[in-house]
Design a protein around this ligand. Structure first.
Ligand code: ATP
Length: 254
C-alpha cells in the first residue's frame, strides 16, 4: 500500500494546440498539507481539474491512495475519498446552512443508500451534518439561508461542504480569496482544524496563508512542478525566486 495520498506522474493536458500542463510530477504523502503556488496562468486550477476528474488528462497518470484514478469521473473520484472546493461559490443560497451541509452529506453517500438502509442512513446523515456544523463554527447560523451569511462565513460553509462527505484527501482552491487579513487568519485556523488527520492540497496566492498551513509547497511554473519542498527550502530556492520575479516575489521573500 502506497504512503502517498496523491501521485501525479508526468501528467500532461492540452487545450487544442496549447499544452498547459507539461509533464507535472507531484507526490503528496498521507496526512500532509501541500500548497500549490505559481504565477497566474501557470496551470494550478487546471491541475486541480485534472486531479478531481473534471478534465481528462492528455497523458500521464494520477493515483489516489495508491489506486489509479486516471480517466475516472468526478463522482467516482469523490467516492474514492477525494473532495474539492471551487473558486466560485458552490452554495445553495436559499437553503439554510444546515440544509446545505445535509445535501453535501447525502450527495457524497450517493448510491450507497438502498431503500432498506434509508431510515438508519438519514439519522447518520443528520449526525454528520451536525458534526460539520460544529466543526466550522456555524452552529448559531444553523437555520440562516446561505445567502444571508457574511462572505467569510460563506467560505467556511464551502469548506464544510467539501469535508462533509468524510473524504480523506481535500483539495481547496484559493480558500481565502477576497478575505481581510483577520478573516483569512481565522480561515487558516479553521482549515488546519478540519484537516487534522487528512491530506490537504490547496491552491493559494496569499503567502502568509501558504506559510501558515503548508508542510510542503509545490511550485508550478508553465505547467511543470519546478520545486516541491518544505516552506523554508522553497523560500531559499533560487530557481523559485527567479520564477516569481515580476510576479509575487515580494511576498515569497517576506
Ligand atoms: N477549458 C480551457 N480551455 C482552454 N484553455 C484553458 C482552459 N482552462 C484553462 N485554460 C488555460 O490554461 C492556462 C492556465 O489556466 P489556469 O486557470 O489553470 O491557471 P492558474 O495557475 O490557476 O491561474 P490563476 O492563478 O490566475 O488562477 C490559461 O492560459 C488558461 O487560459
Amino acid at each position: 500500500m502506497s504512503d502517498n495520498a496523491l501521485e501525479l506522474k508526468d501528467v500532461r493536458k492540452s487545450f487544442g494546440s496549447s499544452e498547459i500542463i507539461r509533464g507535472a510530477n507531484l507526490s503528496v504523502a498521507k496526512g500532509e498539507r501541500c500548497a500549490v503556488i505559481g504565477p497566474n496562468g501557470a496551470g494550478k486550477s487546471t491541475l486541480f481539474n485534472l486531479v478531481s476528474g473534471r478534465f481528462g488528462v492528455s497523458a500521464g497518470a494520477i493515483r489516489l491512495n495508491g489506486r489509479d484514478i486516471t480517466g475516472l469521473k468526478p463522482f467516482e473520484i469523490n467516492r474514492l475519498g477525494l473532495a474539492r472546493s471551487f473558486q466560485i461559490s458552490n452554495l445553495f443560497d436559499k437553503l439554510s446552512v444546515y440544509e446545505n451541509l445535509r445535501c453535501a452529506v447525502l450527495w457524497s453517500l450517493g448510491y450507497k443508500y438502498s431503500f432498506w438502509q434509508r431510515l438508519n442512513g438519514l439519522r447518520d446523515v443528520h449526525e454528520r451534518a451536525e458534526m460539520v456544523l460544529e466543526q466550522i463554527g456555524l452552529r448559531r447560523q444553523r437555520n440562516v439561508p446561505a445567502a444571508v451569511l457574511t462572505y467569510a462565513e460563506q467560505r467556511a460553509l464551502e469548506i464544510g461542504i467539501t469535508i462533509a462527505g468524510g473524504a480523506d484527501v481535500i483539495l481547496l482552491d484559493e480558500p481565502t480569496a477576497g478575505m481581510s487579513r483577520s478573516e483569512s487568519d481565522a480561515a487558516v485556523e479553521l482549515i488546519h482544524k478540519v484537516t487534522v488527520g487528512k491530506t490537504l492540497v490547496m491552491v493559494e496566492h496569499d503567502m502568509s496563508v501558504v506559510f501558515g498551513l503548508a508542510d510542503k509547497i509545490a511550485v508550478l511554473v508553465y505547467g511543470e512542478v519546478i520545486a516541491c519542498d518544505t516552506p523554508a527550502n522553497i523560500r531559499a530556492n533560487a530557481e523559485v525566486q527567479a520564477a516569481y520575479l515580476g510576479h509575487d516575489n515580494d511576498e515569497l521573500a517576506a
